[in-house]
Design a protein around this ligand. Structure first.
Ligand SMILES: Cc1cc2nc3c(=O)[nH]c(=O)nc-3n(C[C@H](O)[C@H](O)[C@H](O)COP(=O)(O)OP(=O)(O)OC[C@H]3O[C@@H](n4cnc5c(N)ncnc54)[C@H](O)[C@@H]3O)c2cc1C
Length: 268
């Protein structure tokens, strides 16, 4: 099986996933198929900037991943067959912190522009990654975001002590440098319906009529899971986790009370 990754210049590089699975298990396991041996080799040679550039070729959010990636690569690291896996994510974090602290900006690659426009709905990691890759291929990309800030759950659900907001915006600045336009406070919806409802046609056809050749829906999953027990809606003091986290991220640090029960649903 093969899968493409987008290189810095926007040309597509074919990856042989079956070969990777046998030979470079960490890269196969990485959802972004980052060139892990490549960027670690560059770090070992002290070439931090080159290492960072290599990371950016397959993942526009290396800084964010340095903080919150669940590091599936490490459980497949071959070094773990002998003693302990290499601390891949910490190495990535070391480089991205170095780049961020020194405010090193990578000039956007020279890309031949195409005429076609693409609309992306949602400025979370999925929408912004698609925007980055499509802009890298020369398309004119506009991202429509309903909130006042980009980032989706990275910005609103993961607390800032785990993922500093400036670091998210540092990654986003590389995407914007490719000419991606981001329209905030712009909810794309059919009349009286959100786009995630069963009838998104009106909103989509409106964008197509405006001249967008393709529309990518990257709206995520915006509703918390319900327990479906009496009293969970409309009872004072009962809060949905996403609402709570979003309020905290927006600066509303009101204490919910002295005694708090947290109900977590475990899934397989
Ligand atoms: C509490 C919590 C902690 C997490 N911790 C981690 C972690 O440590 N590590 C990790 O890897 N992952 C973590 N995740 C998961 C990660 O955040 C998600 O997998 C990721 O954000 C999904 O990206 P997405 O772009 O698909 O959706 P989202 O991040 O939800 O982005 C969707 C975007 O679309 C916008 N949107 C929706 N509807 C419209 C519309 N009609 N018009 C315009 N814009 C719209 C939304 O406002 C949002 O900005 C966590 C998630 C949560 C909730």
């Amino acid at each position: 099986m093969s899968q493409s990754a987008v290189s810095e210049q926007g040309t597509r590089v074919s990856l042989d996933l079956d070969w990777l699975k046998e030979n470079i298990r960490c890269q196969h396991r990485c959802p972004a198929h980052m060139d892990i041996p490549g960027y670690i080799r560059l770090i070992s040679q002290g070439k931090y900037l080159e290492s960072y550039k290599l990371m950016l070729e397959t993942n526009p959010f290396p800084t964010v991943c340095g903080y919150v990636c669940p590091r599936p690569c490490e459980s497949k690291c071959k070094r773990g067959d002998f003693d302990k896996p290499v601390s891949i994510d910490n190495l990535k974090r070391f480089v991205t912190d170095y780049i961020y602290k020194n405010r090193i900006k990578i000039p956007a690659p020279k890309i031949e522009k195409r005429d076609e426009k693409v609309a992306i709905i949602g400025a979370g990691p999925a929408g912004l990654t698609a925007a980055n890759d499509l802009a890298g291929m020369g398309y004119q990309v506009t991202v429509f975001e309903k909130e006042s800030r980009v980032g989706g759950m990275m910005m609103w659900a993961i607390p800032s002590y785990r993922l500093p907001r400036d670091q998210i915006m540092f990654d986003v600045s590389n995407i914007e440098a490719r000419g991606v336009e981001i329209k905030l406070n712009t909810c794309i919806k059919a009349p009286d319906k959100t786009i995630s409802s069963e009838s998104p046609d009106n909103a989509i056809s409106g964008l197509l009529e405006e001249g967008y050749k393709a529309v990518f829906l990257a709206v995520g999953a915006q509703r918390g899971r319900k327990l479906e027990v009496p009293g969970e809606e409309g009872t004072e003091g009962v809060m949905d986790c996403l609402d709570f986290l979003k309020n905290v991220s927006a600066g509303d640090l009101k204490s919910p009370g002295k005694t708090v029960a947290v109900i977590a649903i475990l899934t397989n």
